[in-house]
Design a protein around this ligand. Structure first.
Ligand code: URA
Length: 203
């Protein structure tokens, strides 16, 4: 987003909608910013919109998204607990992975989302998010399920839900990683509640 603009949701939405920062803008029907709670403690980050996401302007509404929603509901994640976004906001043609230059050109928007939401936990779904946010050196298969803290934010990478649709053997580790995310979420929420109580006791 242009530096002179104040960081608000409205400015961010406009900037994304009008973006011509890379070639992906040519093929889009809609830009796809995100969905979920704008004050959520946890953010999921995928790679980029697919066909249904491009049509609807919302992330993770196709088959992979339905699988993700089902898993989150089964683990009792509440709607106020999370926000879902992608590394790139326009659909890559034929659902290919975003190229590094496309991801780089779009990352400012994701950083703006982090700045507005201020999540305490970020879960990377798949290798594109993992490479851009956690580590370009360690593969997703080796890195998945491990927590690392960067500047007070907990990061964990897991498989992309679309990968589970192609490879059943990824379902169990994915489930275990989401369970671990749920546990981290409860810890973070308890910490936030304590801070709120301490804050109001000091007033
Ligand atoms: N895959 C993604 O990475 N993001 C979406 O929004 C949909 C599918």
């Amino acid at each position: 987003m242009a530096n002179e603009l104040k960081l608000t949701w409205e400015n961010l939405e406009n900037a994304v909608r009008n973006c011509r920062g890379c070639e992906l803008c040519r093929g889009r029907t809609n830009t796809v910013l995100g969905r979920g709670c704008c004050r959520a403690p946890l953010m999921f980050v995928g790679e980029g919109p697919g066909r249904q996401e491009d049509e609807q302007g919302l992330p993770f509404v196709g088959a992979a998204g339905q699988l993700l929603d089902l898993a989150l509901a089964s683990l009792s994640f509440g709607e106020e607990d999370y926000y879902i976004a992608n590394v790139v906001k326009c659909r890559p043609p034929g659902n290919r992975n975003p190229q590094p230059a496309e991801a780089q050109s779009c990352l400012g928007f994701l950083r703006a989302q982090f700045a507005l939401i201020r999540p305490s936990i970020i879960v990377c779904l798949g290798s594109v998010a993992h490479t851009n946010l956690v580590s370009a050196e360690e593969s997703i298969t080796r890195a998945r399920g491990k927590w690392i803290e960067k500047k007070g934010v907990w990061f964990m990478s897991t498989f992309h839900p679309a990968a589970l649709l192609r490879d059943e053997s990824k379902k169990l580790p994915f489930w275990q990683d989401l369970k671990s995310a749920k546990q981290k979420l409860e810890e973070v929420k308890a910490g936030r509640r304590l801070q709120a109580v301490q804050g109001s006791a000091q007033q």
